[in-house]
Design a protein around this ligand. Structure first.
Ligand code: PMP
Length: 361
């Protein structure tokens, strides 16, 4: 049988490596590898989910008007400038598909979210990874890397897997300094973990070349629901809607996400609990000789002496049923990314890394 060749470049796309939830031979696993909310979802969201099963013979709304209105109301935004997708991943894909193609360049920080180069290659564009400074976006280096072929610049702010944050003035300087016709995507998947942060919404209001993306997968505890959204100028949203499938979100997704965004009490509670346990975990790790940068998210980037120690620790944790994330693929081979779980999980991961440190040295 002959092999049917895909489009040029497709086989250069590296498959996304997700967080596994199983360890061979271990029955009780603690998963701290995908930055999920250990508190899950609120009762209001569970109730909304329970009610969604009755109208499934009807197609869902194509324009997501009710969900967009709820998001707009809660965040004080213009509903006409919002677009919703299958996770923020899909919104990032809309932007890439609509604004970049063969021969174009897409610039992102070297430790940026792993979907950025994947998305670039999906449309035949060239991904350009730019060195960071102290595991934070280097605005000057990003601007220097842009050429007249650069169509999109991606940054996650706060960053994943770094957990660090770029200040508002620096983000504005980046957006302002981009070449004509280049879009800055300000990926705000972890926005809600930063008290009072608008995720880049005010920058979208001020500049026409900025797209903000957000998700229900993190603080809302809805990674399995797959809903995210974007905010941009009316012109950009009008473009993005042209590459969106008409029924890209189901009736269930729309109803559950709407209930979730209306339940800001849950968000406040989760943010406080995360901050408390994040501080505890960072300190516990520092005490056993595992430093990390100050995290603004729901994970900690734990630093080891070298790649060998990080990998040995990962293997040790796995054997104990604890799954964390190796970030070698993000250019951080001596680090492990550890999600801030519930209190027993935080205590267990810190205790197990402590045992590893004693045995390894
Ligand atoms: N951006 C960043 C920085 C992320 O960490 C993630 C999830 N890992 C996403 C976007 C995509 O999230 P989702 O598609 O679940 O909204």
């Amino acid at each position: 049988m002959s092999v049917i060749a895909p489009q040029p470049g497709i086989m250069d796309i590296e498959l996304y490596v997700g967080g596994s939830s199983t360890v061979k031979g271990v029955t009780e696993v603690v998963k701290l590898s995908s930055n999920e909310n250990p508190l899950g979802t609120s009762d209001a969201v569970k109730a909304a989910h329970g009610k969604t099963g009755h109208n499934l013979h009807r197609y869902p709304s194509t324009d997501h008007a009710a969900l967009r209105a709820a998001i707009a109301e809660v965040h004080g935004l213009d509903a006409e400038r919002i677009i919703c997708g299958q996770g923020s991943d899909e919104v990032l894909q809309f932007v890439t598909q609509a604004y970049a193609g063969v021969g174009d360049e897409i610039v992102y920080p070297e430790h940026g979210f792993s979907m950025y180069p994947i998305l670039a290659k999906m449309v035949g564009a060239t991904p350009i990874a730019v060195p960071e400074r102290e595991r934070t976006v280097d605005v000057d280096a990003m601007l220097a890397a842009c050429t007249d072929k650069t169509k999109i610049v991606f940054i996650a702010n706060p960053g994943n897997p770094t957990g660090t944050m770029l200040g508002g003035n620096d983000v504005a300087r980046l957006a302002d300094g981009l070449p004509e016709g280049c879009i800055l995507v300000h990926d705000g998947a972890y926005t809600e973990y930063v008290q009072g942060f608008d995720g880049g919404a005010s920058l979208v209001e001020a500049l026409d070349n900025v797209v903000m993306t957000r998700t229900f997968s993190k603080i809302y505890g809805l990674g399995g629901l797959r809903v995210g959204w974007g905010y941009a100028s009316k012109d950009i949203i009008g473009v993005l809607n042209r590459v969106r499938q008409p029924f890209n979100l189901s009736t269930v997704q729309l109803a559950v996400a709407e209930a979730a965004v209306r339940d800001q009490e849950w968000v406040t509670k989760c943010r406080a609990e995360n901050a408390r346990l994040r501080a505890w975990l960072a300190e516990a790790l520092a005490e056993i000789g595992v430093p990390s940068d100050t995290s603004t998210t729901n994970f900690i980037l734990a630093r080891f002496a070298d790649q060998a120690e990080a990998e040995a620790c990962d293997d040790y944790l796995k054997a104990e049923g604890l799954i964390v994330r190796r970030v070698t693929g993000y250019g951080l081979p001596n680090c492990l990314r550890i999600t801030v779980g519930d209190e027993p999980s935080c205590r267990r991961v810190a205790h197990t890394i402590g045992n590893f440190k004693v045995e390894y040295h």
